[in-house]
Design a protein around this ligand. Structure first.
Ligand SMILES: Nc1nc2c([nH]c(=O)n2[C@@H]2O[C@H](COP(=O)(O)OP(=O)(O)OP(=O)(O)O)[C@@H](O)[C@H]2O)c(=O)[nH]1
Length: 317
C-alpha cells in the first residue's frame, strides 16, 4: 500500500492546551477529532506543507515549530505517515477556515477514542515532557539524594525514574515514598524501575521495565499512569508498542560512563529506529538538555539521562 505522507500540528497555547479540529462526517476517519494538517504535496518540504496547511485550515502562520513525533499507521483502506510538529508561537488567531469545529483541550483530557487510531502515540507524546531523569544509585546519604531530586524538580524535571537496583524491596519502597512525595509537589511523576507488581503495590505513578522484564511480558502490566521500557532494537520497540507500553527509552546514542563498552547507536540509527516505532521514544546515553534540539531533529520525544539531568543547569519542558 502506498504511504500517504501527512503533516499535522499540535498548536499549544499559554495554558498548555492543544488545538483540535473535528473532521467532517464524510471523509476518511470522519467525525473524529484530529490535529490540523493534511497531505504533503509533491516536492514540498514538511515545514512548507505545515505552513500551507495551517494557513488553509486555521488562518495562522507558524513562528516556532519543532518535531514532536512521527507515526506510521496502516488503516484497512490506507497507510499514513503522520509527521507531527509542536507549534508554540504563531501569527494570527486560529479559526476554522473550512467551517470545522475547533476546541482547545488539555492533553490529559484528549481521549484517544475520539481521535483516529493513529493518534494514540501523538496524545501520549503531548502528555510527556521532553526530559526523563533517571536517578543514579542512591548512596548512603539519603538526605543528599533527596536534595538533589528536589533541585532537579526545581529546575523543571517533571518525569523521573527511580532506579535503585542495590536496594531491597522494603528500602526501595521507603525511598520511593519520599521521592514521590517530593515529585507530587511539582506535579511530576515517578516511575519505579522494579517488578511491576511491586510498583503497583506501593502506588508508584508508573513502572519502568528493564529490557528483560519487557521481553518476559505479553501484556501491559497494571500501572497508575505510565508503563515505560528500556529498548535497544526494533524488535524490542515493536514488542513494547504491541503490549501497550506508553513510551520507550532507546540507546545508547553516545558513549556513557555508566555503560562503558556498550555498542553505540549514533543519531542516524536512533532516528531510523524511533521513526519506525509506534510510541514516543526518549534518546539515552551520554546526553543532556543541551542535546534536546538534536534529539527532536532525530525523532526523539526528548532526552533521558542520569548524569546529564541529575546536576544539569536546566531541563526544558
Ligand atoms: N490532519 C490529520 N490527519 C490525520 C490525523 N490522524 C490520522 O490518522 N490522519 C489521517 O491522515 C490523512 C490526512 O489527510 P487529509 O487531512 O488531507 O485528509 P483526507 O484524506 O480526508 O483528504 P482527501 O479527501 O483528499 O483524501 C487522513 O487519511 C487522516 O485520516 C490527524 O490527527 N490529523
Amino acid at each position: 500500500m502506498r504511504v500517504v505522507h501527512v503533516v499535522a500540528a499540535a498548536l499549544i497555547d499559554a495554558e498548555g492546551r492543544v488545538l483540535v479540529a473535528r473532521r467532517p462526517e464524510d471523509v476518511h476517519q470522519g467525525g473524529l477529532w484530529e490535529f490540523p494538517g493534511g497531505k504533503v504535496e509533491p516536492g514540498e518540504r514538511a515545514e512548507e506543507a505545515l505552513a500551507r496547511e495551517l494557513d488553509e485550515e486555521l488562518g495562522v502562520r507558524p513562528l516556532a515549530a519543532r518535531p514532536l513525533i512521527r507515526v506510521h499507521h496502516a488503516y484497512p483502506d490506507k497507510a499514513v505517515c503522520l509527521d507531527v510538529w509542536r507549534v508554540t508561537r504563531w501569527d494570527g488567531e486560529a479559526h476554522g477556515r473550512e467551517g470545522q469545529p475547533l476546541a482547545w483541550w488539555a492533553p490529559a483530557d484528549c481521549d484517544p477514542a475520539r481521535f483516529p487510531a493513529a493518534d494514540g502515540p501523538i496524545i501520549t507524546a503531548l502528555r510527556l515532557p521532553a526530559t526523563y531523569l533517571i536517578t543514579p544509585e542512591p548512596g548512603d546519604d539519603r538526605a543528599a539524594f533527596l536534595d538533589t531530586v528536589e533541585a532537579a524538580l526545581q529546575r523543571g524535571v517533571r518525569l523521573l525514574q527511580l532506579r535503585a537496583k542495590t536496594l531491597a524491596p522494603a528500602a526501595l519502597a521507603e525511598l520511593h515514598g519520599r521521592v514521590q512525595a517530593l515529585a507530587h509537589r511539582f506535579e511530576a511523576h515517578v516511575l519505579l524501575n522494579a517488578e511491576p507488581a511491586l510498583a503497583a503495590a506501593i502506588g508508584a505513578d508508573g513502572v519502568h521495565l528493564s529490557t528483560a522484564a519487557l521481553r518476559a511480558l505479553d501484556r501491559r502490566p497494571p500501572a497508575r499512569h505510565w508503563v515505560a521500557a528500556s529498548c535497544h532494537d526494533a524488535d524490542e520497540l515493536a514488542h513494547a508498542a504491541r503490549i501497550g507500553v506508553d513510551f520507550a527509552v532507546l540507546g545508547p546514542v553516545a558513549a556513557t560512563a555508566t555503560h562503558p563498552g556498550a555498542p553505540v547507536l549514533g543519531w542516524q540509527r536512533f532516528a531510523a529506529l524511533a521513526g519506525a516505532a509506534a510510541l514516543p521514544v526518549f534518546a539515552l546515553g551520554g546526553l543532556a538538555p543541551a542535546d534536546l534540539d538534536a534529539a527532536w531533529r532525530h525523532g526523539a520525544q526528548g532526552v533521558a539521562a542520569i548524569r546529564g539531568l541529575w546536576s544539569a543547569p536546566n531541563a526544558r519542558a
